[in-house]
Design a binder for this molecule. Sequence first.
Ligand code: COA
Ligand code: AMP
Length: 637
Amino acid sequence: MGQDMTTRYHEVYAGWKNDPEGFWREAAKAIDWVKPPDVIFDADLGVYGRWFPDATCNTCFNALDRHADGGRGEQPALIYDSPVTNSVQVFTYAQMRDEVATLAAVIAGMGIGKGDRVIIYMPMVPEAAFAMLACARLGAIHSVVFGGFAPKELATRIDDCQPKLVMAASCGIETTRVIAYKPLLDEAIEIAKHKPEACLILQRPQGVASMVAGRDHDWAESVAAAKAKGVSAACVTLAATDPLYILYTSGTTGVPKGVVRDHGGHMVALRWSMANHFGIAPGEVFWAASDVGWVVGHSYIVYGPLIHGATAVLYEGKPVGTPDAGAYWRVIEQHKVVTLFTAPTAFRAIRKEDPAAKLLPKYDLSQFRALFLAGERADPDTLVWAEQSLKVPVIDHWWQTETGWPMVGNPIGLGLLPIKHGSPSVPMPGFAIAAVDEAGHEVKVGAMGSIVAKMPLPPGALPTLWQNDERFKESYLSEFPGYYKTADAGFIDADGYVYIMGRTDDIINVAGHRLSTGGMEEVLASHPDVAECAVVGIKDALKGEQPCGFVVLKFGVNKPTEQVERELVALVREKIGPVASFKLAFVIQRLPKTRSGKILRSTIKKIADHDAWIMPATIDDPAILGEIEAALRGRGI
Ligand code: COA
Ligand code: AMP
C-alpha cells in the first residue's frame, strides 16, 4: 500500500517522532493550566520520568468550569439515558458544575481533601460521574470499583488504597434485576482490614438500603443541606503530576494492579485523542457505551468528552434486552450521537438478536459518523456486519487500562487511513510500537512477537502502580529493557499496521472485561475438596472468551462431581463476582502436565476451541488429553 495523501497521520506521527517534547508542548496548549508547563518531560523523576512536572492545574476545572464559564454553560455536558429506570436526564455544563461543586463541598465537609482516597462503587448513574469530578475538584484520588465485583474484590481494593470515604449507591439495575450494592459494600468493609471513616450512600427508589449509624450518610440529604446553605467547593490547584485516580485492573495474580493516572498528562492526552483520534468537535455528542468502572468509562464517558467540551452520554442499559436490539440505535437517534465507542461483544449481542439489522431502519442515524470498537479483539465477522449495517467507518483500536488512551488506532480526526479488518491500524503519536522476540529484538515484518512500546510512555499513561514502583517495574519494564511490555502478542505488517492476537499472560477478555485466570485458579484452589486446578479462557460466540475450570479432587472426596462443580461456580461468583462469568467447571481425574510438572493450559484451550493441536513432546501421559477432550465434548464444547 502506498502512502495515503488524504490523511495527515504520517506527517503528524513523524512530527512527534522527530520532536516528542515539541509535540506535547503544542498539545498542552489545549488545556487551561494554573501554571503552564515550562518543562515538558523530566526523565529523572519518577520511575521512568514525568510529564509536565512544573505545571499546575485542576482536571475538574478543565472538565466543567472552563466550559460553564466559557460559553458552553447552556450546552448539555452529560445526558443520562436509563432504559432500566425509564428516564432521561440532561445536565448542562453550568448545572453539572454546580452539582459537582456542591458534592465536593459535601465530601470536603466529611474531611476529604487533597491526596485522600475515595472509593466509588456505583452503577451507571450521573452521580457516579459527579463523584469522580468532585474528588478531582478537591485533589482527592478516586478509585471506581465496577459494580459486578464481589465484596472480596472490593475489600482487596479498600485495603490497597485505604480510602477515607466510600461513595456508593444502594443498588444497580441489571436489565430488570435489582442488584443490592449496599449489602455488598457492608460485607466488603467487614472483610477489609482498613475501615473507611464514612460512606455516602445514594438511595435509589428501586432498592433502598439500610444505613449504618455513625458511618453512613444519605447522599441526597447531604447535597440538599449543602444547597440550602449555599456552600460549594472551589477547584484546588494541583501539580500536573498529582494522582487523579487509581483504577484497579487484573494482574496475573488475584491481587489487582492499582493503575495510577495523573492530572496534567491525562488531560493533554485525552484532549488530543478526542479531536484527532475520535474526530470529535467540541459541542458534539460522543457516546462510550461502557461502564464508569472500566478505563473506557473513565477516559471516554467522563473525562475525555468533558475536557473537550463535547456532550457525553451515560447509558444505564444493555445493547439487548433494554428493551431490544434496537436500543443503541434509539440512543444514537434520540441524542444525536455522532460517534459511538463500545466493545465488539455488544455488537455480537445485537447481531445475535437481530441478524439482519431489521430494527435499524426504524431510526434516523443520519448524523452518525463512526463506530469505534475496543476492549477485545474485533473479530472481522462482527466488524463487517457492523460496517454493512451502519454504513459508516467501523474503527478498531487497541489500548489498555494502563495506557489510558489508544496506543494503536485509526485517527479519523487526522483523516482516516485505509481499514484492514483484523488490525486496529497504526500507532498513535506517543507510542512507538514494536514486536520483539524473547531477547527483546525486533522480529521480522509479519512475524509474531511480544508487542511492546518504546519508553518513555507518553502523557496519560500510568507513571506507576499505586505505592508499588517495584511491581510496576517488574510487571512492565524488566522483561524487555527500554520497552513497556503490553503482555499482548501480535505482529506488524509491511504497512506498519499492528495486529493484536492475544495475551502472553493469563489474562482473558470476557465480554470486554479483563479478568485473570490465575485469580480464578486461586479461588478454585481454596475449595476444600480441590487438590489442583487449571482455568483457561475458551472461545465464546457472544463474549469472545469465557473461563473454563478443570479441577482434580483430593483423594478420598466422594461427593457427586456435579455438586462440586456447582459449588465451584458459586464460589467464583461469591469471591470474584458475576462479572467473571464463570459457568463451566469440570471435575476430572488428572490434569495434563509436562514431565517437569507444568500444566498444559494452552493445549487444553486448543482442544476446547477445536483448534489444531499437536501432542506436546514433553507430556507426562498423552492419554490425559483424551480425557479432557471427552469431558468437553460430553458437554457439547
Ligand atoms: N453490577 C452488577 N452485576 C453486573 C454488572 C454491574 N454493573 N455488570 C454485569 N453484571 C453481571 C451481569 O448481570 C451478569 O450476571 P449473570 O451471570 O447473573 O447473568 C454477569 O455480571 C456477567 O456480565 P456480562 O459478562 O456483561 O454478561 P451479560 O449477559 O450481562 O451481558 C453483554 C453481555 C455483551 C450484553 C454486555 O457485556 C455488554 O453490553 N458489553 C458491551 C459493553 C461493555 O460493557 N464493555 C466493557 C468494556 S469497554
Ligand atoms: P483493559 O485494560 O481492560 O482495557 O484490557 C486491555 C487488553 O484488552 C489488552 O491488553 C488486549 O489484550 C485487549 N484488547 C483491548 N483492545 C483490543 C483490540 N482492539 N484488539 C485486541 N485486543 C484488545
